[in-house]
Design a protein around this ligand. Structure first.
Ligand code: NAG
Ligand code: NAG
Ligand code: NAG
Ligand code: NAG
Length: 526
């Protein structure tokens, strides 16, 4: 989920930076240089202040960790053994351990849950791994990440594509016939630290740090589960995953090139981004085009007056975003976020609609607009469930999305940064990229996603621009499920009648494109 953080401190900080920025406008060369210098300073500044707890960060952390626990390498304690974890230590990678447990759930196949522990930083990343229902030995391994920033990937597992979906009561789960582990081994990872069941001391504040940690996780995971390390590997996710995944792709590619330095080579084949937040400047332009078009029975969302206001304010938003792209730093990106949010996004709240699905009203108490998310919160905090999954007590209370993590990302302006360059880089390494977008989502709508993918600079830009949109049919039902555009290794898939969470709204069609994509089959052939 791509969420906005409206805390007072952020607004004040954003406003100040925004004012500061506008005094240096228009951007003459002198100011440009000044700005770039200031940007560097500001990065150091904001990081330092955040570390000093200037923004009362410790109060924001949902699970403050006692300052007394200074042991660099904690001994494995009783409850963990009582939980029957296998604790694996790796001589190759020092100061790490893996706690793994064979979990039972409504899924009958093999599954493991546990933590990758980094004792150096005292970080503990929670994962849940499901073997494929088909041929686990040879089927691909797929990593799934939810967005936020700060949202738990257990939402993906329990609400969208996992083998067991939490029911409305929040008391139990039901088997998902269309789970993505029908055709793949799937890893759900709670990241960054302090999201979902993960816990620890590090304060991750941008997509680059997230990518580093996840890449390290993968090294340890495949180190401990070498039986899967030769299978084709794919990364997938949604929403803010449009930031996480391209950043992670770059990091995996980099480490693969250093395989001789002790990194395990990962057979990285593709990246799947669902309703991603990737290239904000372009995507921000398309709140207006999407909301003011009369393209479906649910639109237009805004009246002409509102639409005009959005069009009139966009040029300034664009300029601010351009500054953030050129000099990425809190000084440039935080105010850009602030202004663009205010002018292009904030008006949606008044509609009462669900920003993740314009066919629905916003419901539930979580602020995330789905009743299911409240049910998942209840289920995830059930002591029996936590015991079964081997959740550490230190992980504290589960919440679908961590405000403190989201807040930290907001302070660096990470959300405003452009990650399409990383997508281009990934394509240039011959890694296939699928952008699939449910067309009823407002927040990361398909207009914006298609637009940035057309603008992206890469070797196949022209061919991709000229490629035709072809119908996509579900192979089993023969239903026309969407439209697909493909050129070389880039594919864009518009998914009909799906909101932000495509596998939730269209489970059968989602499994169709997912399995065909993994097989490298064309989606435009019947
Ligand atoms: C869920 O569990 C609670 C507590 O065990 C119980 O009171 C409630 O009736 C259950 N709800 C459903 C729908 O089964
Ligand atoms: C949303 O709420 C409005 C007003 O409360 C109501 O008229 C409408 O029917 C609701 N729409 C849906 C899809 O539930
Ligand atoms: C796409 O990537 C594959 C490797 O996955 C590579 O063999 C192929 O040449 C690429 N195709 C194009 C048209 O670039
Ligand atoms: C996937 O299919 C395309 C087109 O058929 C081909 O060019 C490419 O080499 C294939 N990639 C892999 C990894 O097999």
């Amino acid at each position: 989920m791509w969420r906005f953080y409206k805390r007072k401190q952020i607004s004040v900080l954003s406003f100040l930076l925004y004012r500061l920025f506008f005094f240096s406008y228009p951007m003459r060369p002198f100011y440009t240089r000044l700005l770039s210098l200031a940007a560097v300073t500001a990065t150091a500044w904001s990081t330092a202040y955040a570390d000093l707890g200037f923004f009362a960060q410790s109060q924001l952390d949902q699970w403050p960790i006692s300052s007394k626990s200074q042991d660099p390498i904690p001994v494995v304690k009783e409850p963990i053994q009582a939980q029957q974890f296998r604790v694996l230590k790796n001589d190759r990678v020092k100061d790490y351990a893996v706690r793994v447990k064979e979990t039972t759930s409504c899924e009958e196949g093999v599954q493991y849950s546990g933590y990758i522990d980094n004792f150096q930083t005292d970080d503990h990343l929670f994962f849940w791994f499901f073997e494929s229902r088909s041929s686990p030995d040879t089927d691909p391994v797929v990593l799934w990440l939810n967005g936020g920033p700060g949202c738990s990937s257990m939402m993906g597992a329990w609400m969208e594509l996992g083998p067991c979906l939490v029911d409305k009561s929040g008391n139990s789960t039901v088997r998902n016939e269309h789970s993505w582990n029908s055709v793949a081994n799937v890893i759900f990872l709670d990241q960054p630290v302090n999201v979902g069941y993960s816990y620890g001391k590090s304060k991750v504040r941008d997509s680059k740090q997230s990518a580093n940690d996840v890449a390290a996780f993968l090294q340890l995971f495949f180190g401990e589960f070498p039986e899967y390390s030769d299978n084709p590997f794919h990364i997938s996710g949604e929403s803010y995953g449009g930031h996480y995944l391209p950043s992670l792709a770059t990091e995996i590619i980099r480490r693969n090139k250093e395989a001789d330095r002790g990194h395990i080579h990962i057979p990285f084949e593709s990246m799947l981004i669902g309703n991603g937040w990737t290239e904000p400047r372009t995507q921000l332009r398309h709140y207006e085009t999407y909301s003011c078009a009369t393209d479906s029975e649910y639109k237009p969302i805004f009246d002409e007056q509102e639409c005009e206001k959005m069009r009139n304010t966009y040029p300034r938003c664009e300029k601010l975003m351009s500054a953030c792209y050129r000099f990425p730093s809190p000084l440039t990106c935080v105010p850009a976020n602030f202004y663009c949010e205010k002018t292009q996004q904030e008006n949606f709240g008044a509609t009462g609609l669900n920003p993740y699905d314009i066919r629905k009203n916003c419901t539930g108490d979580s602020g995330l607009c789905y009743d299911e998310i409240d049910a998942i919160g209840k289920y995830a905090n059930n002591p029996e469930v936590r015991w079964e999954l081997g959740v550490d007590e230190k992980a504290g209370e589960y919440s679908g999305c961590s405000d403190s993590v989201g807040y930290r990302f907001a302070l660096t302006g990470d959300g405003a940064r452009d990650f399409s360059k990383h997508v281009a880089e990934t394509l240039h390494e011959n890694i296939r990229v699928l952008l699939y977008v449910g067309d009823m989502d407002w927040i990361c709508n398909w207009f914006g996603n298609l637009a940035w993918s057309l603008k992206m600079e890469w070797s196949g830009k022209e061919g991709y621009g000229q490629a035709l949109e072809k119908p996509w049919y579900n192979k089993n039902t023969m239903e026309k499920a969407g439209e697909v555009r493909n050129h070389e290794n880039l594919t864009f898939l518009r998914v009909f009648d799906a909101g932000h969470m495509v596998p939730y709204d269209q489970p059968e069609n989602a499994l169709d494109f997912f399995s065909r994509w993994l097989e490298n089959e064309s989606l435009s052939e019947k």
